[in-house]
Design a binder for this molecule. Structure first.
Ligand SMILES: Nc1ncnc2c1ncn2[C@@H]1O[C@H](COP(=O)(O)OP(=O)(O)OP(=O)(O)O)[C@@H](O)[C@H]1O
Length: 452
């Protein structure tokens, strides 16, 4: 039998799984080019399909989405009787609009194998009344969305019947909680039947997730799949704890850098990586706006595509930004943590963290936008000398950071950055706003950036 060359995959085919997957699902998998399972899929799909609750902790880019979409579709297929238009059979909750939309699209080919199941994407940024009208007119059996909008819809629409719901999936569970959605999640769970399957997925576990898993899951099987150091064979009981919190193909670096030197080091890095596809994370929306104006003004970066994305942009602009960046083979996304989680953007080579995140879990999710499913990628975080403890902190959490050499060429671009930033009032104001929002963020988090 021919074995697969991709180290991120196991030797187990989807068609080998027990209990067996249905023909239409196997066909949809084959059509999409998925033949071998990833370790998290081998571990999770049979359990959910055998009606076990699961709490899954697996590295970024390890294929968690299919690990819940496939069993969800199988469970819906087996759930009895003709569906009524407003009978909700399943729900998938994720923290951001972009991630919910991505899950919705990944799920479509599988859901369409269930002719009588209507799925609906429910996220903020569009009029809630429009969603209500659409559900009233078209009906819905599977809801995929963000907690705020799902909560809103559940409160407004008595017509929705949750009594027959068979499966609930909580994706990026820790983020759902630390974005302050606890109330909405509790409300949603309280409206669902207790006799259901629940899957809780994340690349990072926290105490709050533990609490949620106690409240929302029944005797869950815990699945922890980490990047392995030697063998890529994952056994069927692949609940192994292996070496790294981050994917194997990911090279992690930090650059020690005073704040006033960060702009020139950033520009130097971009000049030297012009053909790459890069995501740069900033701490605030205002900073993204500022750099979104300044960087394109630099003659040295003229040929590059630079795309800003943050949560204060209009929803349509957010969607457009993500779609443009996705379609590029090289270019730069300037963003906040709105794009830190779950997004599966093809071909990202490098992650730059201009500002380190407060929360070490966010670090893992940000760098996880590259080196997905066995591919290579690199990442760099700028740290001030005062933030040295950050490195040790991450090492303890099995995230090995290497020091990167300082670039002396960077000083050449300083005058150009200065003049680009001083060119007109608009840019100066954006810069000022960015500065003020930095200070505010610092105060709000009482921070030094160093993890508490
Ligand atoms: N069995 C498979 N064979 C080939 N490719 C796969 C398989 N499973 C998933 N993939 C691909 O791997 C990529 C990563 O999958 P996915 O987005 O589900 O990762 P994830 O574990 O949810 O990551 P994150 O923690 O960042 O959300 C996707 O592009 C997906 O299409």
């Amino acid at each position: 039998m021919e074995s697969n060359p991709n180290k991120a995959l196991t030797e187990t085919r989807f068609s080998d799984l027990k209990p067996p997957l249905s023909e239409p699902v196997l066909e949809a998998l084959a059509e999409a080019g998925f033949e071998f399972c990833t370790p998290v899929q081998v571990a999770t799909i049979p359990l959910l399909c055998s009606y076990k609750d699961v709490a899954v902790d697996a590295a970024t880019g390890s294929g968690k989405t299919l690990a819940f979409v496939v069993p969800l579709v199988e469970i819906l297929r087996r759930a009895s009787s003709a569906r009524k238009p407003h009978q909700i059979m399943g729900m998938i909750i994720s923290p951001t609009r972009e991630l919910s939309a991505q899950i919705y699209h990944v799920a479509q080919p599988f859901i369409s194998t269930l002719p009588d199941v209507k799925s609906m994407l429910l996220v903020g940024g569009v009029e809630v009344k429009a969603d209500v009208k659409k559900i009233e007119e078209e009906g819905a059996n599977l809801l995929i969305g963000t907690p705020g909008r799902l909560y809103d819809i559940m409160e407004r629409m008595d017509v929705l019947d949750f009594r027959n719901l068979v499966i609930l999936v909580l994706d990026e569970a820790d983020r759902l909680l630390d974005m302050g959605f606890q109330k909405q999640i509790s409300y949603i769970i309280s409206r669902l039947p207790k006799l259901r399957r629940t899957g809780l997925f994340s690349a990072t576990q926290t105490e709050a997730v533990e609490e949620l898993s106690k409240a929302g899951l029944r005797n869950p099987v815990r699945i922890e799949v980490r990047a392995e150091s030697k063998s890529h064979h994952a056994s069927a009981s692949s609940q192994q704890l292996a070496s790294s919190k981050t994917p194997l193909g990911l090279h992690l670096e930090y650059l020690e850098c005073e704040s006033d030197k960060k702009p020139s080091q950033l520009v130097d890095l971009l000049i030297k990586n012009k053909s790459k596809k890069i995501i740069i994370y900033f701490m605030t929306c205002a900073c993204v706006d500022y750099w979104g104006v300044v960087l394109p003004r630099l003659a040295v970066l003229k040929s590059l595509s630079l795309i800003p994305l943050h949560g204060k942009m209009k929803q349509t602009a957010r969607e457009k930004a993500l779609a443009s960046f996705t379609s590029l083979s090289s270019g730069i996304l300037l963003c906040t943590d709105v794009a830190a989680r779950g997004l599966d953007i093809p071909g990202v080579d490098c992650i730059v963290q201009y500002d380190p995140p407060q929360d070490p879990n966010v670090f893992i999710h940000r760098v996880g936008r590259t080196a997905r499913l066995g591919r290579q990628g690199s990442s760099i975080v700028f740290l001030s000398p005062k933030e040295e403890a950050y490195v040790e902190f991450l090492r303890i959490r099995r995230v090995p950071l290497q020091e990167r050499k300082w670039s002396d060429d960077a000083s050449d671009v300083v005058p150009e950055i200065r003049s680009a930033a001083k060119k007109d009032r608009d840019v100066m104001e954006k810069g000022l706003r960015a500065f003020v929002s930095y200070i505010r963020a610092y105060k709000e988090h009482h921070c030094s950036y160093i993890f508490r």
